[in-house]
Design a binder for this molecule. Structure first.
Ligand SMILES: Cc1cc2nc3c(=O)[nH]c(=O)nc-3n(C[C@H](O)[C@H](O)[C@H](O)COP(=O)(O)OP(=O)(O)OC[C@H]3O[C@@H](n4cnc5c(N)ncnc54)[C@H](O)[C@@H]3O)c2cc1C
Length: 379
């Protein structure tokens, strides 16, 4: 698949791979076992410049491309999807939303510390009663003099328990429905902000997903991102980029699962020969490779369209949907081909199997992606 990348992209991929091998891989098992957000990884990403891939140099970034962001997502996810999730928000949706919709003051205040790893950034849209239907956000923001007073709660927020700055989507007028939803930046020491339960998740054990509470939480008028009532537009625009990142997570995971399975089936002997020599196994490996290639092609297309400045909502949805379902199916086959040992924590495929399921759910479930794609066919 490298034939579809430029020479610069191939050397960028090699650099990220070297970084992952040196700085992340030696710690992955320990961080996953600990079942806490691997806060140490944030500085490592930052020091290597990775959090600023998409950020213009005037705000301290590399001024890179969506394709490079995708390449980094894949390479990091090959080591750990948790770490790719940690990388994704500051390097992607959070900074993207501020760069596209924020004021110059907000860009200067929030983007450099987020990509330097000095402040952990979160993106808080989901609520206990508003998941797939984000237009039903119940958190409210009411104007009081020069301030906004936020009340409500958020659910499943990645890094919510360790975050320093949170992009919160709240309604300034619930009678307006989706058109009342507005984005605000809340800092963790804003009075009235608190962290609730940190979920114990099936997978992504080195990341976190937390409940957040806002009780008469006051922010200045300057904390509003974009225009009043344009919050969902901001969220959905940044989630297009997030979908490319999620597809990258799935591709990285599947790539690692296929590599592990090829190695294991070449070594494991039954009936006097490596199990990888049986045709039944070879066909499974062939199918895994085809599906992985298909996801990669769909995702490269979405990234290339983003870099060409074209609208890529449906392409990103197709990439995320295909790649997350592919990764889940491929990880299932990987465990199958490892037999009983694949069900133990001694084998990395056990983690791939658990992590793959989550990618099908966050940043929009498969069902919602099918809706987005079907809508694009009608328009
Ligand atoms: C690990 C993790 C990290 C997360 N991080 C974040 C984060 O940082 N920020 C954030 O805002 N959110 C985050 N989320 C939340 C995530 O985006 C939501 O869980 C997801 O959008 C689904 O919402 P829900 O869980 O409320 O499911 P629901 O919306 O309640 O859906 C339940 C089921 O119904 C199906 N369904 C719903 N509507 C339809 C429909 N119209 N047609 C067909 N089927 C439908 C769904 O596909 C699903 O299968 C995270 C979630 C997880 C698990």
């Amino acid at each position: 698949m490298d034939s579809l990348l430029t020479q610069d992209e191939i050397s960028f991929k090699k650099d990220v791979r070297d970084f992952v091998k040196k700085e992340l891989l030696p710690h992955v098992e320990e961080w996953e076992e600990r079942e806490q957000y691997a806060v140490e990884s944030v500085k490592k990403f930052a020091d290597y410049g990775l959090l600023g891939i998409l950020v213009p140099p005037e705000y301290g970034g590399l001024g890179g491309t969506t394709m490079e962001y995708l390449i980094a997502s894949i390479e990091i996810a090959k080591a750990s999807v948790s770490l790719a999730a940690i990388f994704g928000s500051p390097a992607g949706i959070f900074t993207d939303a501020i760069l596209k919709f924020g004021t110059e003051e907000q860009r200067k205040q929030y983007v450099p510390p987020a990509i330097a790893g000095d402040k952990i950034a979160c993106f808080a849209l989901t609520e206990p009663a508003a998941g797939s239907d984000a237009s039903k956000v119940e958190t409210t923001a009411v104007k009081d003099g020069d301030e906004w007073v936020i009340n409500g709660s958020k659910a499943f927020i990645t890094a919510g328990n360790v975050g320093d700055v949170i992009m919160v989507f709240a309604s300034i007028d619930r009678s307006l429905g989706a058109k009342g939803i507005t984005a605000f930046l809340v800092e963790k020491d804003n009075p009235g902000f608190s962290v609730g339960k940190v979920e114990r998740l099936l997978g992504l054990h080195a990341s976190s997903a937390a409940e957040l509470f806002f009780k008469d939480c006051r922010v200045p008028a300057s904390a509003m991102v974009g225009e009043p009532g344009k919050g969902l537009r901001i969220a959905f625009s940044s989630l297009d980029l997030g979908r490319i990142h999620c597809a990258g997570q799935a591709i990285g995971l599947a790539d690692a699962a296929l590599e592990a399975t090829l190695a294991y089936t070449a070594e494991r002997e039954q009936f006097g020969r490596p199990v990888g020599e049986f045709q039944g196994v070879q066909w499974m490996l062939a199918d895994m490779s085809i599906q992985l290639d298909a996801s990669r092609l769909l995702t490269y297309r979405a990234a290339r369209m983003a870099d060409a400045g074209k609208r890529y909502t449906a392409e990103a949805a197709k990439a995320k949907l295909h790649a997350s379902e592919m990764a889940q199916q491929l990880a299932t086959k990987a465990v199958q081909l490892h037999g009983g040992y694949g069900c133990t924590k001694d084998m990395p495929v056990e983690r791939y199997y658990r992590d793959a399921k989550l990618i099908e759910i966050y940043e929009g479930t498969s069902e919602i992606h099918r809706e987005v794609i079907a809508r694009s066919l009608r328009s």
